[in-house]
Write a protein that binds this ligand. Structure first.
Ligand code: HEM
Length: 537
C-alpha cells in the first residue's frame, strides 16, 4: 500500500486515506491506547458475565449512543457540495463587497434541502426547497440563505412557528412527511391568505424540481447594498441555473419516492463525481433606495411579493460552480450552520419583519442543534478570513486562547484588538433613520394577498394549469375536514374562477359563487393598476 492507503493488517487495501475511518496503523481507544480486540467484550470466561471494568466496551457503546444530533427544526433533509464563486465585477458600482469584484474567486459550500420532511424523508416530495450558500470570503463569511421560491408564506417572522406547526406533521400521528397533504396546512393557508402566492407556487410544477441542479434560488427578502462611496441600493438576489428550470411531473415524483427516495441527493453527487459540475449565475434585481422602499407599487419589505422581472430585470453578477462532493456528510452537510446575519461590508439587511426574526432564529437554533455557542469553530463553519474575537470558553471550546484580557480597551494585552472603521474594511451598518409609533400592526401595503397569485396563475401554460389543478385537488382531498376544503375553494375563487371550479369539481364540491368568496376579501388590484409611489431620482 502507498502512503495514501491504510492497511491495519499490513495488507494493501487500495482505499484512499480520506475514505477510511482511521488513518493510523492500529486501532486505538479515544485516549490513544492500542487495542488488541474490538470484537469481544471482556468476560469472566468465554460464556461468563461481561465485566464492568471493560472500558473499551463502555467507551464504544457510549459514543455510539450519542452519535445523533437533533435534526434541523426545519430543512432537516438536505444535500451539500463545495464549489467556487467567481464575481463578474458587474455589481461593483452598487456594492463594495470584495467577493463580488471582477474575477475574485471565493470558496463556497451549498446545502439544498426540503423544508418539512425529517432527515430520512424522500427527496421528490411537493415542498419548497432550501438553497443556502456559504461564501468563505476574504472579509468573513457571507451566507445567502434562500429558497427555490421567490416568496414566503408569511410576512412577519412572529408567524413562523405557526406556519411550521401547521405544515409539519400532525402532532397525534406524525404524518405526513410532505408539506401539504393535510388538514392543518390547508387550515393555515385558508386562514392566512398572505400565503396564497407561495401555495400556488408549490402546487404548480415548481413544487417538484427535477434536480437540485435545475432549480432557481432566491434570497426572497430585499437587501441593501452599499458601494465604496457609501451610496445604497435595494436588491433582490436570484440564482439562475445554467441547466434551466425543470420539474418532475407528479407520476414521476411518486415513482421516484418509492424506487429512489434519495433521487435528488444521488443526482447531485453523481453529477459532480462525473465532472458535470452544476452552475448557477447569481443575479440581482436593482431598486432605488427610496424612503418608501416601494417599487412600481410593490412593497419591497413584503416577502410575499415578487417584483416581476419585466419590471426589474435580473442582472448577472457572478458564477457559482459546484465542483467537489462532501467526503463526510455529517461533518459538512449536517454541521454546516447558515445564518442570514452573516454579512460582509457592502451588504446590509432591510426592515422586512420576516428577515428580522430570521436574524434571531438561526443563531438561536444552532446553539441547541450544535450544542453550545462554539460551532463557528467546526471546520465547515470556519471563516477563511482571520478570526480575532473576544468570545471565550463555553461547551466544545477547542481554541486555546492566549492573553489575559479578552476585553477592550485593556492595559494588559497591549490594548488590542483594534477595531476597524469602514475605511479599514470594518462592517458599519447603514445609518438608516428610524422613527414610528411602537405598534403590533401590518402596513396597509401588506393587504393585497391575491393579485400576484393571479398573475402567476395567468402566466402558466395550459398543461401547467392542468398540473396545478390536479395538485390542489389531490392535496385538498387528503383533508378530513370538509369545512377546510370549502374555505380553501373560496381562496381559489379569489385567484381565478376557472381554477376554483375545476378544483371544486375534482373534490366533488360545489364551487362557491363569486359573491361567496372570502368573507373578508382583501383588495387585489392588478399590478398594472398600481402606481409608482416614490419620488423620481
Ligand atoms: C433553516 C430558508 C424563513 C428559521 C433554513 C434553511 C433555509 C432557510 C435554506 C436551511 C439551511 C441549511 O441548509 O442548513 C428560509 C427562507 C425564509 C426562511 C428563504 C424566508 C424568506 C425563516 C424564518 C425563520 C426561519 C422566518 C424563523 C423565524 C429557520 C430555522 C432553520 C432554518 C430555525 C434551521 C437552521 C439550522 O438548524 O441550522 N431556512 N427560511 N426561517 N430556518 Fe429558514
Amino acid at each position: 500500500s502507498g502512503p495514501d492507503t491504510f492497511s491495519p493488517t499490513g495488507r494493501p487495501t487500495g482505499v484512499p486515506q480520506d475514505k477510511v475511518a482511521q488513518g493510523g496503523a492500529y486501532l486505538t481507544t479515544a485516549q490513544g491506547l492500542r487495542l488488541p480486540d474490538t470484537d469481544h467484550s471482556l468476560k469472566a470466561g468465554p460464556r461468563g458475565p461481561v465485566l464492568l471494568q471493560d472500558h473499551h466496551l463502555r467507551e464504544k457503546v457510549m459514543h455510539f449512543d450519542h452519535e445523533r444530533i437533533p435534526e434541523r427544526v426545519v430543512h432537516a433533509r438536505g444535500a451539500g457540495a463545495h464549489g467556487v464563486f467567481r464575481g463578474y465585477g458587474a455589481a461593483s458600482n452598487v456594492t463594495k463587497a470584495a467577493f463580488l469584484a471582477k474575477d475574485v474567486e471565493t470558496p463556497v459550500f451549498v446545502r439544498f434541502s426540503t423544508v418539512i420532511g425529517s432527515r430520512g424523508s424522500a427527496d421528490t416530495v411537493r415542498d419548497t426547497r432550501g438553497f443556502a450558500t456559504k461564501f468563505y470570503t476574504s472579509e468573513g463569511v457571507f451566507d445567502l440563505v434562500g429558497n427555490n421560491c421567490p416568496i414566503f408564506f408569511i410576512q412577519d417572522a412572529i408567524k413562523f412557528p405557526d406556519v411550521i406547526h401547521a405544515a409539519k406533521w400532525h402532532p397525534d400521528r406524525e404524518i405526513p412527511q410532505a408539506q401539504t397533504a393535510h388538514d392543518t396546512f390547508w387550515d393555515f393557508v385558508g386562514l392566512h391568505t398572505e400565503g396564497t402566492f407561495h401555495t400556488i407556487w408549490n402546487m404548480s410544477d415548481r413544487g417538484i424540481p427535477r434536480s437540485y441542479r435545475m432549480m432557481e434560488g432566491f434570497g426572497v427578502h430585499t437587501f441593501r447594498l452599499v458601494n465604496a462611496e457609501g451610496a445604497t441600493t435595494l436588491v433582490k438576489f436570484h440564482w439562475k441555473p445554467k441547466l434551466g428550470v425543470h420539474s418532475l411531473v407528479w407520476e414521476e415524483a411518486q415513482l421516484l419516492n418509492g424506487v429512489d427516495p434519495d433521487f435528488h441527493r444521488r443526482d447531485l453527487f453523481d453529477a459532480i463525481e462525473a465532472g458535470a459540475y452544476p452552475e448557477w449565475e447569481l443575479g440581482i434585481q436593482v431598486f432605488p433606495d427610496t424612503p418608501e422602499q416601494m417599487f412600481e407599487g410593490i412593497d419591497l419589505l413584503d416577502s410575499t411579493k415578487i417584483v416581476p422581472e419585466e419590471l426589474a430585470p435580473v442582472q448577472p453578477i457572478g458564477l457559482l460552480t459546484l465542483n467537489r462532493n462532501t467526503s463526510n456528510f455529517f461533518a459538512e452537510t449536517e454541521q454546516v450552520a447558515f445564518h442570514v446575519g452573516h454579512l460582509v461590508p457592502g451588504i446590509d439587511v432591510t426592515d422586512d419583519p420576516l428577515l428580522a426574526g430570521r436574524l434571531f432564529s438561526y443563531l438561536d437554533t444552532q446553539i441547541t442543534r450544535l450544542a453550545g455557542p462554539n460551532f463557528p469553530q467546526i471546520p465547515i463553519n470556519r471563516p477563511h478570513a482571520p478570526v480575532n474575537d473576544m468570545l471565550r470558553d463555553g461547551f466544545h471550546q477547542t481554541a486555546v486562547h492566549r492573553g489575559v484580557a479578552p476585553y477592550r480597551p485593556n492595559s494588559l494585552d497591549g490594548g488590542c484588538p483594534f477595531t476597524a472603521g469602514a475605511a479599514e474594511g470594518g462592517y458599519v451598518e447603514v445609518p438608516t433613520q428610524v422613527s414610528g409609533r411602537k405598534v403590533r400592526e401590518a402596513p396597509a401595503s401588506y393587504a393585497d394577498h391575491f393579485s400576484q397569485a393571479r398573475l402567476f396563475w395567468l402566466s402558466l401554460t395550459p398543461v401547467e394549469r392542468e398540473h396545478t389543478i390536479a395538485a390542489y385537488t389531490f392535496e385538498l382531498a387528503k383533508c378530513y375536514e370538509q369545512a377546510i376544503k370549502e374555505r380553501y375553494l373560496r381562496v381559489l375563487a379569489n385567484i381565478d374562477p376557472v381554477l376554483c371550479e375545476q378544483v371544486a369539481e375534482g373534490l366533488g364540491l360545489p364551487a362557491p359563487a363569486g359573491s361567496e368568496s372570502l368573507a373578508d376579501p382583501r383588495p387585489s388590484p392588478a399590478l398594472s393598476q398600481v402606481g409608482r409611489t416614490w419620488p423620481a431620482d
